[in-house]
Structures are given as C-alpha cells and as structure tokens.
Design a protein around this ligand. Structure first.
Ligand code: PEP
Ligand code: MG
Length: 538
C-alpha cells in the first residue's frame, strides 16, 4: 500500500479504481523514408481510421450530450476530407518525409494560415486543424485516444485538470478527484465541490503508468490518498464511508424547512452552478434559487463561440427548471485560468490581473451583446437577474447599463417578450468594495465574490499552491471589505449576497448574519448543511 497526503478540497470518501489521465506526448522526427508510396498509403489509411473514430465519437456524443456538443466531431471529420490539407501532407511525403512529420508540418502550416485570417470563424478553425493533425498522428503512432474517457466508474488522477478538460467529463462515472497540482480555489476544486465528490489537490505522487486501474481510496476527511490499500485499511474506510453517507441522508429531513435561527433571523441560501445539469443538484438540495451561474462554462471545451440560440436554450432550461425561483447569471468571466483558444487572447505576464471578465465584454462588445440578447430573451421564462464580474468602477456599470438598455429595446422592437431583469455588480476587487457606496447607487444588488476578493486584497494568486495559507479569505482585511460592502448596500437599500467559497464557512456564519448579509450562495451539496447550521444558531 502506498500512502500520499494532499490538501482536501471536498470532504467525503471514494473507494474505487484509478483512472490515470496523462496528456499524450508524441515524438516527431524528420527522418526520411525510402518507400514514399507505402508511406502515402499508411497516411491515407490513418486518415480513414481517424474519420471512423470521429464518426463513432459523434454518435456517442449525440446520445450523451446532444447535437450542440457533438457537432464538432462532424466538423473534424469533414476537415479530414479537405483536399488542400490532404495534398499538402502528401507533397511532403513524396519529398521523402515520414507520414508523422509530414502531418505535423502540414498541419502546423495550415493552422497558422487559419490563425492569420481576418474572419473570426475561420481563425477559430486553426484549433480544429491542430486537433485533426494530432488525431492522425496518434493513429500513425499507435497511440490511444486523447482526453478523459471513462469506461467505468473511477477515481480520476491527473497532474492537473483545466476547466476545458473538465467540462467534457462524463460526470456520472467519476468517484473522486486527485491532482498533483491545483489549489482549493482552482476550478477543478470548484467542479469537485459542485459535484460533491471527494477531492484532493497537491498530492505529490509520481504519475506512472502502473497506477492505471489500481484500487485506491480518497479520504477527503484526512487529506489522504491510498493506493492498493490493505484489507484492514479498506474495511476501516468502508465504515467511515457508510457513516458519511448516513449523515448526508440525515440532512434530507431539512428539505422544505426555513433558513431561520432560533431567534428568528433569516438568510437566503441559494446554489452556485456551472451548467444546466447542476440546476438539478440545486433543486435536489432545496436551494432557494441560483445565486451564481458561472456562464463562462458555456464557452469552455469547444472550438467556437456559443451562439445566441445555444445560450438562450441553456438559460431558458435553467430558468424553467427552477420554476420561478431566482436565477442569477454571471456574464462570462473568461480570462485568467479560464481560457478558450478561439478568443485568441494574447499571452499575458499576469493573466489574473489582466484581460478578463467584464473587461473582455466591454472591449469586444459583440460577444457581450450575443450573451445579453440570449439572457434577455430567456428572461420571460422565470425570475432572471444578471450580474457582472471584475467590476472596478462606476463608469463600467454605466456602460453596461447602456448596452443592456440597447439590447432590451432591440428585442422589444423585434417583438420578443422580455421580463424584468435585475442587474447586479459582483464585488470581487478591493476597488469595488471600497467604492461600494457609489456602486450601490448604480446596481440593483451586490454579490460578493470572496475568491477573487481575497486574491486581489492579499496580493496572493488563488491558483498558487504555495500561497494556500496566505490567500486566506478569512483575513481581517477581506472581512472588513465584506462588512463595508454589506453596510453600503443596505444604506442604499439594495440586496447583498456572498457567492464566493467563504459563503459556506460555518465559523463565519454567525458574523454574516450579524452584519445582515441577505443571501449566501454555495455549492448545492452545502445548502442543507448550511441550513442546519443556521437553524442551530441562537
Ligand atoms: C469569486 O471570485 O469569489 C467568484 C464567485 O467567482 P469565481 O470563483 O468564478 O472567480
Ligand atoms: Mg471571481
């Protein structure tokens, strides 16, 4: 048995087998071949195999995640029929180069050509060309399919997981997460929390191929990962797991009950979600609504912008599922650790303090307008509120209001019904907290994002594992900014909630109630725990 320790980001116990995810690394050499015809045939056969793989992936994705997500595999299959691309590879092969090298070179040239085009859509195809070239090379090299493809339930072990990789996951098959890198506020941790699966980050284990399929235990209570546990250890963990499951079941009795302290103080408890499926978890947990829908997840794990129709369908689905309960959608917070190639962001020295969130939206207004149109169209299907991330000034809020007004008028002129949409400001920069008195006069509500508020107040990158203890949202400076924001919101008569991870901090709950915080929005799995804690307070 091997025992590793790590930082627990979600409590709980998972027992199962390891699924080791490593990005495949293929070797490309410019070694020449003597039989060009045979090499050409090898290439064309690999293209056929790749096309078959894509057709199978399309069918599988269509069944599991629907046409929107499946379409990309059809696009890739069609690209593999593009004669210009196929010819370019074959020209290199005729020049004596091996098929892997020719595919890599021609693929890179084509991708660069697409990346340099004026048309946004065509630029986005560069990623696809790289993808199909990698696929053909994998076939030529006899390497397995890339990506996380779980055939059965397993504990996912990886170096780190990007948001892009995690949106493609078959969630129903994951038992828990273990990553070598990552921090408690990284998005993998947020995902694990939203799925309520035991998760450890910062586990220093060598990712050797032998790990694949080995039995393991993730102990999210003790922060321990066991590989090939002994019989005794396994029995001990099973007892703990059963106790944990029983505790979870006991919480179910709180469904339908009020979030009220013994002396009658009330607080709303809502849920944070990342996609439409999470809304089911929010409902199952009896959340009062959705306090934060991280809409940027609709933009990740794909090769082009989600269209207005696609977004409209997602927002409408969540609003309909929530049956009149409030749904707060945060406009896309792309940038920093959440990147999508098709945005073509320039590399930045310091992405967390760079081009992200509302800064991108106010600069590339066409992207913003598409999202706002989808949101406003969906607004007639429920109680929708929209909030904006990374605000630092009154001017930004005024510009946003001009754009939202324009979107509303356009839709009304088109004869599209639009509901009342409350517009909120996320308080997640020290600047926003410090001018919250002024912002409160411009906004309909506030939502405090403590994850970013902590990182910017404490000058400590939330993604940097070595700063875990330093990037502490309980730091007095952060708490003072929260208290100040709540006071300013109430003086202006607006509603204020907390939607960062600190919202589920049981030790601060009493203080939040004292300050008069109106709402806490937490991962669905924390809703009932928080209700229990509120009801236990005097
Ligand atoms: C936050 O910063 O606290 C927040 C809620 O937003 P995110 O974690 O998505 O940056
Ligand atoms: Mg944030």
């Amino acid at each position: 048995m091997e025992r590793y320790s790590g930082k627990s980001v979600v409590k709980g116990i998972a027992i199962g087998r390891i699924y080791l995810y490593k990005k495949t690394d293929y070797r490309v050499t410019d070694q020449k071949v003597s039989d060009c015809e045979a090499e050409k045939a090898r290439f064309l056969a690999a293209v056929e195999t790749a096309k078959e793989q894509l057709a199978a992936l399309y069918r599988e994705a269509l069944e599991k995640v629907g046409e929107d997500h499946a379409r990309i595999f059809e696009v890739h299959r069609m690209l593999l029929e593009d004669t210009a691309y196929l010819d370019a590879v074959q020209v290199l092969i005729r020049g004596g180069y091996n098929a892997v090298y020719a595919t890599d070179r021609a693929g890179a040239q084509f991708a660069d050509m697409f990346a340099g085009m004026d048309d946004e859509y065509m630029r986005g195809r560069a990623v696809d060309i790289r993808d199909i070239s990698r696929r053909v090379i994998r076939v030529l090299s006899g390497l397995p399919e890339e990506g996380i493809r779980l055939e059965e339930s397993a504990v996912l072990v990886a170096d780190d997981l990007t948001p892009t990789e995690t949106v493609k996951l078959d969630r129903s098959r994951i038992l828990g997460f273990v990553t070598v890198k990552g921090t408690s506020s990284s998005h993998t941790a947020i995902l694990a929390r939203s799925m309520n699966l035991p998760a450890l980050v910062g586990v220093k284990l060598p990712l050797e191929d032998e790990l694949q399929g080995k039995p393991c235990v993730v102990d999210g209570f003790a922060g321990v990962f066991l590989v090939e546990p002994t019989k005794e250890e396994l029995a001990r963990m099973l007892v703990q797991k059963n106790q944990w499951t029983a505790d979870l079941e006991a919480l179910q009795r709180l469904k339908g009950k009020d979030n009220r302290t013994k002396s009658g103080k009330r607080i709303e408890i809502l849920a944070n979600i990342g996609d439409t499926a999470d809304a089911d978890a929010a409902l199952a947990a009896d959340a009062g609504g959705i306090g934060l829908f991280r809409s940027e997840f609709l933009y990740l794990g794909r090769d082009s912008f989600p269209t207005e129709e696609e977004q409209f369908a997602s927002y409408r689905a969540v609003l309909e599922k929530m049956e009149g309960k409030r749904v707060v959608v945060r406009t896309m917070d792309i940038g920093a650790d959440k990147k999508a190639d098709y945005f073509h962001f320039e590399p930045e020295e310091n992405p967390a303090m760079g081009y992200r969130g509302v800064r991108v939206c106010l600069d590339r207004v066409e992207i913003f307008i598409t999202q706002l149109r989808a949101l406003y169209r969906a607004s007639s299907y429920g109680d929708l509120a929209v909030m904006f991330p990374m605000i630092i000034s009154v001017d930004e809020v005024r510009r946003i209001r001009q754009i939202t007004e324009m979107v509303r008028k356009d839709l009304e002129q088109e004869g599209t019904p639009v509901g009342k949409v409350m517009l909120g400001v996320m308080i997640e920069t020290p600047a926003a907290a410090l001018i919250s008195d002024k912002l409160a006069r411009e906004a309909d509500f506030f939502s405090i994002g403590t994850n970013d508020l902590a990182q910017y107040t404490l000058a400590a990158d939330r993604m940097n594992r070595r700063l875990e203890g330093i990037c502490d949202p309980r730091h007095e400076a952060v708490l003072r900014l929260i208290e100040m924001t709540v006071k300013n919101a109430h003086e202006a008569g607006i509603h204020v909630g907390i939607c960062g991870e600190l919202a589920s901090d049981m030790l601060l709950l009493e203080r939040f109630l004292e300050w008069g915080v109106d709402e806490l929005s937490v991962v669905p799995s924390d809703v009932l725990k928080l209700r229990e804690a509120v009801r236990a307070l005097p």
